[in-house]
Write a protein that binds this ligand. Structure first.
Ligand code: AMP
Length: 535
């Protein structure tokens, strides 16, 4: 009877569920994102590669089985997002996939749904026997059928939460392991069974070395936010996991890579890990959309705190979330203390805070218990912090991409968002780019900013639009270019022209629907953290 994970006959699957009836309501209680996906229907997606399966328009267009379809319904996903329309049939037809898509595009469900659907259909196979055999000797090693690697604990937890939703009423048990938390507890959880494992690379290597995880039957491998994993220096661990252990080889396992950008390092990883893959480029919508009102105010360093208090008291509403960006960890702590002393319910998130503190801060913010979150850019990156009413740049970043990324946290839900930036002498280097953004998004431009930008232009000539790219995509399939076709000859900066070309071919959304990339796909990807919604 265990041959099929998705045993839907009668009610057996339901009654065999590990949880109880209440679990469903808890799992699916988080309100829907409220994102108006219909608005994003015209997001361009480009699929390249041989014999690419046709994309779908509705979840019903592909047979994912009763369990998956039921859980899509419970999650209140009415229609697939652009990346889901393409990725689901690609994964379902057992093809490898390299997708350039950002957080917020619905990429998690894009890989989880078809993977789980296949696991339900195929059952645990040899993995089950292996775990049983092993258990006889008291070793209790787990053999997950699917592995999802993610760069951070926060992202791993978000993926795990989605996996729990989509494995509801099935026998598939998802687990998550990440560093910075008690390993004993994670081991005990693994020992209760693990069919789908979400892991950060370092902690997984640890688990493998302790003999707690065997990848011998891992038929589905996902690398999520691959560029960030490389950015964070995880390549040796990733290669150790994928190439130097017992994982089935490429071509035998199915492999999916997701990355916001497609720089040289990622191209190499794709070449090494993927077999005849389909390349998906998912466009992104404009970030400085009309939904966001951007204000830039001149505030001297010494006046910043009192100005902030004025802003906060003007915001008033208790249920609206305010995100305050500061430059340094120390600055974050100091500002949090200050606001706390002034009687504001606030919390903070930065690199020096423990894993536990960060999770706690995030959930207090999301729930509205602490409606003010002070954050450094690095700590906030990649987190699904949305529904923010007001983004305040207490300290402006020095590059414009980071600015775009930050303000995109607001104005998401079809609601109006507000972004206020404190500007003073220290922010000279962003003047010109900031002015361009404001003009492009039809925002009010303070006259002092215009004059400053004018002065600045005369000082430095090589700025401004040079970084622009009008394709709307973060990257291109390098195999489509001459340089890419040349074995081992990764395109380097040649990619830039290719990327720019996209705009001419009409993939861009037009207006301010297009944003920055890194320097094409041959450039410095660490700065291209703009997500799919333009954040
Ligand atoms: P992700 O890009 O995977 O982080 O997803 C962003 C958010 O969109 C998550 O909160 C998902 O639960 C939500 N989401 C994903 N796909 C859909 C869909 N088809 N309909 C509605 N919400 C979705």
């Amino acid at each position: 009877a265990y041959s099929n994970f998705g045993n839907n006959r009668g009610k057996s699957a339901f009654f065999n569920d590990r949880g109880n009836a209440n679990r469903g309501s808890e799992l699916f209680s988080a309100s829907n994102t409220g994102i108006n996906f219909e608005k994003y229907d015209d997001i361009p997606v480009e699929a390249t590669g041989q014999n690419c399966p046709h994309h779908i328009e509705n979840f019903q267009d592909v047979d994912m089985g009763e369990i998956v379809m039921g859980n899509i319904g419970l999650s209140r996903y009415t229609r697939p997002t652009p990346v889901q329309k393409y990725a689901i049939p690609i994964v379902k037809s057992k093809r490898d996939l390299m997708a350039c898509a950002q957080t917020g595009s619905g990429k998690t469900a894009a890989f989880l749904l078809p993977i789980l659907s296949q696991i339900y259909c195929e059952g645990p196979g040899e993995a089950l026997n292996a775990a049983k055999e092993n258990g006889k000797y008291g070793r209790r090693k787990q053999y997950p059928i699917s592995l999802v690697l993610a760069p951070t604990r926060e992202l791993a937890l978000q993926i795990y939460d989605e996996a729990r939703k989509f494995s509801y009423r099935s026998r598939v048990r998802p687990c998550v392991v990440y560093g910075g938390a008690d390993i004993g507890q994670q081991i005990r959880d693994l020992e209760r069974g693990c069919h789908l494992l979400v892991a950060t690379p370092g902690r997984l290597v640890d688990m493998i070395e302790r003999g707690k995880i065997g990848l011998d039957y891992c038929n589905y491998l996902v690398l999520d936010e691959a560029d960030r994993m490389l950015d964070m220096g995880f390549e040796p661990q990733i290669r150790r996991i994928v190439e130097q252990d017992t994982m089935p080889h490429k071509g035998i396992r199915q492999t999916m890579m997701f990355s916001a950008t497609f720089p040289k390092e990622i191209q190499i990883l794709a070449r090494d890990f993927l077999e005849e893959y389909i390349f998906l480029a998912v466009g992104r919508v404009g970030s400085t959309s009309e939904n966001i009102t951007q204000k830039v105010v001149w505030v001297e360093e010494s006046d910043k705190r009192s100005f902030l208090l004025d802003l906060l008291s003007a915001t008033g509403e208790t249920d609206s979330l305010t995100l305050v960006f500061v430059e340094t960890k120390k600055g974050a702590d100091a500002l949090e203390d200050f606001l706390y002393r002034e009687g504001y319910a606030c919390t903070s998130i930065h690199g020096d805070r423990s894993q536990r503190d960060r999770e706690e801060a995030l959930s207090q913010f999301r729930s509205g218990k602490c409606p003010i979150l002070v954050a450094t850019a690095v700590a906030a990156r990649g987190l699904d912090i949305s529904n923010v009413k007001h983004v305040i740049n207490f300290d402006l970043p020095s590059d414009i991409e980071e600015y775009v990324h930050r303000i995109g946290r607001t104005g998401r839900v079809g609601n109006l968002g507000l972004a206020t930036s404190f500007f003073n002498d220290k922010n000279g280097n962003i003047t010109k780019d900031l002015l361009d953004i404001l003009v492009e998004a039809k925002q009010e431009v303070p006259s002092w900013l215009e004059s400053l930008a004018y002065e600045h232009q005369h000082k430095s000539s090589n700025r401004g639009r040079s970084k622009r790219f009008s394709g709307g995509f973060g990257a291109r399939d390098y195999r489509q270019t001459a340089a890419g076709g040349n074995a081992g000859g990764f395109g380097g900066r040649g990619g830039r022209n290719q990327a720019g070309h996209g705009g001419n071919r009409g993939f861009g959304g037009g207006g301010f629907g297009n944003f920055y990339t890194s320097d094409g796909y041959g450039g410095n990807y660490s700065h291209s953290q703009v997500d799919w919604w333009g954040n």
